[in-house]
Design a protein around this ligand. Structure first.
Ligand code: HEM
Length: 187
């Protein structure tokens, strides 16, 4: 069940509201000499923050989110991500702004599908996409550039799963950096 109690219509994002915990994550990340597989656990918090109006015309219902991911092997946080999810009801558009403390941010756009009790939300961004771009520091541009990002989230009641692919140019090659997990709503 969603925890949302304000009067804003969050549309498909209503399915995300609350605190989530997942312990079956798998990260595939680049290493100079190949690939590393990192089992992980994490918390995800999505908080409703009401409606934002842009240029006195665009109305966005927004959630603020925070994802904290820890390696199972040493219990250290190794991914920390924050931003906003926004729903533009007039356009039927979902947007996500994402920032990570590597000097990388993006604005992703996408859509949703509701099938039975499952809400599926998909967003993407790409360095070459004029509408949904990625921005990064000079160091990351030159050494570990993010080429594209795709994330799909499915929520059915109090169960969430996601998978995402972040395509990187790093160590002289193209690398599909992937993450996936299944979470339960805890609040
Ligand atoms: C559950 C989510 C994620 C986890 C657990 C994760 C974990 C990792 C790990 C382990 C590395 C290898 C370097 C290191 O050990 O720190 C890495 C590299 C990287 N990740 Fe992620 N990541 C996640 C999501 C993302 C997302 C969403 C983005 C950007 C949209 C991203 C961008 C990068 C970049 C640019 C690098 C290259 C930096 C480097 O290896 O030195 N990651 N990530």
């Amino acid at each position: 069940m969603s925890q949302n109690t304000d009067t804003t219509d969050y549309g498909p994002l209503d399915a995300l509201v609350g605190s989530w915990r997942g312990v079956k994550g798998m990260d595939v990340a680049p290493e100079p000499d190949g690939t590393e597989h990192n089992p992980y656990y994490e918390t995800f918090l999505f908080e409703p923050i009401g409606t934002v109006t842009n240029a006195e015309s665009q109305q966005l219902a927004a959630l603020r989110y925070h994802q904290v991911v820890s390696r199972k092997s040493n219990d250290r946080v190794f991914h920390n991500e924050t931003g906003y999810w926004m729903w533009d009801a007039e356009q039927g558009l979902i947007m996500q702004t994402l920032t990570i403390p590597r000097g990388v941010s993006l604005v992703a756009g996408g859509s949703h599908t509701e099938t039975g009790d499952t809400m599926e939300i998909r967003v993407h961004a790409a360095a070459s996409d004029a509408n949904w771009p990625i921005v990064e520091s000079p160091f990351m541009r030159d050494n570990a550039t993010t080429v594209s990002f795709h994330r799909t989230i499915r929520v059915a009641g109090d169960l969430m799963s996601y998978e995402e692919t972040t395509v990187l140019d790093i160590y002289g090659k193209r690398f599909d950096h992937t993450d996936q997990n299944t979470l339960n709503r805890v609040v």
